[in-house]
Design a protein. Structure first.
Length: 327
């Protein structure tokens, strides 16, 4: 018996950016099981049904009100270009508070760009890591000091609450959720149809404009490509820097500027992604997956995979190899 599609409710507020609203529908709407079954049902709602202003020269008619939030498995909150109390005073408006109160316990929550201010104002990000657009980071820290803000990443995942950075980072977040729910193959197919990368490297740091301090005659891109071809063996910082023709100090600084992560953090993520790919797409024993992903032993792979996504290699394979996860 086929389960019903997972309901995703998108809360559109006045001043919403059409790109953020559309990308949620575009990405989740294209997700299909191997036999073509639609995996998500995406519904837009507003604090009041009717015309919702956008930051463009047109409005959007939204037929559904906040009651829609009570029937969702995931609620996505895009940003607005009309700052409200969440961005100026650190509190929810009565209408927004009433709408959020309709969300059932256990519902997954996600924000795009400055939509994170809403989750923070509701107290849902206290003590958690979160992100928002880098231009709003100072205001966010001032209003919500209890949140562990990380403005250098594209998105954060705390399990039931997720946040993303600027508008396009909403694409990264949606693909991450699809990947988390149904595996890399489904997410990759959605990315392929949308003509976007299934997983972008690095974080917001690479998009922040900085004063030019020295001429850039080289980058770390070649070293990253070389590392991906050699993930099956130990890779030291000194070796990566030598591949790029830099000192370790210069390489580390350039790497973080270009990618938004340290070389070690980036390498760990790539090894996890390689292991997930091998677990999903091959029948290799776990110890061989560990070797090819550069973890060396099955024990090390189990520790790293559990720390990253909370499951063992065998559980991950049972969920995604040759089938779909529960909706």
């Amino acid at each position: 018996m086929t389960s019903a599609p997972h309901r995703v409710a998108v809360l559109a507020r006045h001043g919403v950016m059409p790109l953020e609203l559309g990308l949620v529908h575009q990405l989740f709407g294209q997700a299909r099981s191997p036999d073509g079954v639609r995996l998500y049902d995406v519904v837009t709602c507003a604090l009041e049904p009717g015309t919702v202003r956008t930051d463009a020269d047109f409005g959007i008619h939204v037929a559904h009100g906040p009651d829609t939030l009570a029937h969702a498995g995931t609620v996505v909150i895009p940003a607005t270009h009309e700052p409200d109390e969440t961005e100026t005073a650190g509190r929810l408006s009565p209408a927004l508070a009433a709408a959020l109160a309709l969300i059932r316990p256990g519902t997954r929550l996600a924000s795009i760009c400055t939509g994170a201010f809403v989750l923070a104002a509701a107290g849902l990000l206290d003590g958690r890591e979160a992100t928002t657009h880098w231009q709003s980071a100072d205001d966010f820290r001032r209003l919500y000091p209890a949140v562990r803000l990380n403005p250098d990443v594209l998105y954060t995942d705390s399990g039931d609450v997720l946040t993303s950075a600027g508008e396009a980072s909403g694409i990264d977040l949606c693909l991450h959720l699809i990947r988390r729910d149904h595996g890399a193959a489904v997410a990759a197919e959605v990315a392929r149809r949308t003509v976007v990368p299934p997983h972008r490297e690095g974080g917001q740091a690479q998009y922040v404009r900085r004063p030019v301090a020295e001429p850039r005659v080289s980058s770390t891109g070649g070293a990253r490509a070389w590392a991906l071809r050699h993930l099956d063996r130990p890779l030291s910082l000194r070796e990566l820097a030598a591949t790029a023709g830099m000192s370790t100090r210069t390489f580390t600084r350039r790497f973080r500027e270009e990618v938004g992560l340290s070389p070690g953090q980036w390498l760990a993520r790539q090894r996890i992604e390689r292991a997930r790919q091998l677990l999903e797409e091959t029948d290799l024993p776990v110890d061989r997956v560990a070797e090819q992903a550069g973890f060396g032993t099955a024990v090390s792979l189990r520790q790293h995979l559990h720390a990253a996504i909370g499951v063992s290699p065998s559980t991950y394979r049972a969920t995604f190899r040759g089938g779909m996860s529960p909706g």
